[in-house]
Design a protein around this ligand. Structure first.
Ligand code: ZN
Length: 275
């Protein structure tokens, strides 16, 4: 996103100075800013909710489209991909279309500002939409992969999203295929039924275990193994802050709990710590 767009959001947050959600959020925000300033290592863990202001629906929110019409476990499952790639791509092509052209929002940008200011060591995300990347996050761990590339499970080849989209558009049966071996291509995301890549999960675990403060942002913290990451921070003596609308199973562990607008809250935090 352009500097201009970030500046716009920044000005908005400076003007209001406090996040939406009323005065009760202010002491929590002050406490969070103090924790960030005092921590040697701060790490963010983000979920689907951070991309909602960019126009990407969270499939768990009622009435939000794509995933409501299908059972993701039945369609976006590795066995469903293997058994019926035509059906899989009928669904996943729609997901590609939903994600096309989407831009990072002020919440992504606030995390970039914290990282550039030396106050954030990295972002671990469950999202596959590439928005943290587009925003400019440098230390990024995409635990569920991303749509940036598609893979061939036949020969191990891979190709970038743009080429995969072009093949999808050209495919007579709606299935983009590998040019070398003609196997159907698979999006570079972790499907249901697949394990998270070991090295990626290890990096996420390492960051969380080393964090003095873990910011859990816009995630319901219900999907394992990611949902277990805050417990590593807690076990190592670090603090957990949860900035998420709706309850999470880890609310009882949170030193700070915010549940307002994610863009307002993160921009207010960045502002409060001088970014
Ligand atoms: Zn191949």
């Amino acid at each position: 996103m352009s500097r201009e767009a970030y500046d716009h959001g920044y000005t908005r947050s400076t003007r209001h100075h406090r996040p939406a959600g009323g005065d009760c959020a202010a002491p929590e925000l002050d406490k969070l800013a103090e924790l960030v300033r005092g921590a040697g290592s701060v790490v963010a863990l983000t979920g689907a909710g951070i991309s909602v202001p960019s126009g990407i629906p969270d499939f768990r929110s009622p009435g939000s489209g794509l995933w409501e019409k299908v059972d993701p476990m039945a369609v976006a499952h590795i066995e469903a991909f293997r058994a019926d790639p035509v059906r899989f791509w009928r669904f996943y092509g729609e997901r590609f279309a939903t994600l096309e052209g989407k831009l990072p929002n002020g919440a992504h940008q606030a995390l970039v500002a914290l990282e550039h200011g030396g106050l954030l060591d990295g972002v671990i995300t469950q999202n596959v939409d590439m928005l943290h990347r587009k925003a400019g996050t440098r230390e990024l761990v995409e635990v569920h992969g991303s749509i940036a590339r598609c893979q061939c499970l036949g020969c191990g080849g891979s190709l970038p999203l743009g080429e995969a989209r072009a093949r999808l558009a050209r495919a007579t049966d709606g299935v983009p295929r590998c040019e070398a071996c003609h196997h159907p291509l698979k999006p570079g995301v972790v499907l249901f039924g697949e394990l998270l890549p070991e090295a990626v999960l290890e990096r996420a675990q390492q960051l969380c275990a080393g964090a003095d403060l873990l910011l859990c942002i816009a995630s319901s913290l219900e999907v394992f193994p990611v949902a277990g990451l805050p417990l590593l921070t807690e076990a190592a003596g670090g603090e957990i802050a949860i900035l998420t609308q709706g309850p999470t199973p880890l609310d009882g562990l949170a030193r700070v709990r915010l549940s307002g607008d994610v863009v307002d809250e993160l921009q207010a935090l960045a502002c409060a710590v001088g970014m």
